[in-house]
Design a protein around this ligand. Sequence first.
Ligand code: HPA
Length: 268
Amino acid sequence: MTIDTAKRAAQLLCSIAKPETAVILGTGLDIMEQALTIEHSVEYTDIPGFAVSSVASHAGKMIFGRLGQCPVVVMSGRFHLYEGYSPQEVTFPVRVFKLMGVKRILISNAAGGLRKDLVPGSAMIITDHINFTGRNPLVGENNEEMGPRFPDMTCPYSPLLLHKARDYAKRSDLELKEGVYVQVLGPSMETAAETRMLRIMGADAVGMSTVMEVNQAVHCGMEVMAISAITNNNDPDDYRPAPIEEVISMAKIAGPTIAGIFSSVLNS
Ligand code: HPA
């Protein structure tokens, strides 16, 4: 997973188009493709260095198109630590985006709500995160071409994009939720005791992705926005299973809301 491989991948993708905005679609959120005007798509298997997503709910293709009027490159399917990929493999596409000239990245995921008001089917804008994986894609020799050794994390999520999202919500009478996302390693779902701990730690939603990509994107100097599709609500005092089928079907309900927010922040 060398920088040379990333450069080859970037060169191939740039020969198709050079959008300045990248989007990552999370579990069940390929429904957001419906909001895109699709111009081209490339299978991950045809891109140098790309891993193959082993999760059935994730496709594995890079889509070029427009969200509203804005040119975008969209990852339909992402890589997870729980699949056995290293943090560097999980975030390889973000480094490729950087080499392509991408300036901002909009990330979505499916997550369990840890606050009562975060009900299945709703969307939560991530205002900050907790890395509870013990992993980081930036461990190892620093690549100065990408960014600094100790990236500042005082403001990982773009205040400007957040401001635009709030504006859109007000205009469209959308009750926009905001909160802190915690990434756990997975693939086991959390126990009730772990859920209680995550709440006490200050997390509002829990999932198994995103923080690796955000850390890499911040390192690369990109503007970042991330939104969770809340697919289940985890109450440690009334703890219930959240089967993957439910996660996917609830993500599909939140998908259009997230697509609407992404589209509005890119077109206003
Ligand atoms: N926990 C972890 N990951 C998740 C959850 C959850 O409750 N829901 C969707 N992804």
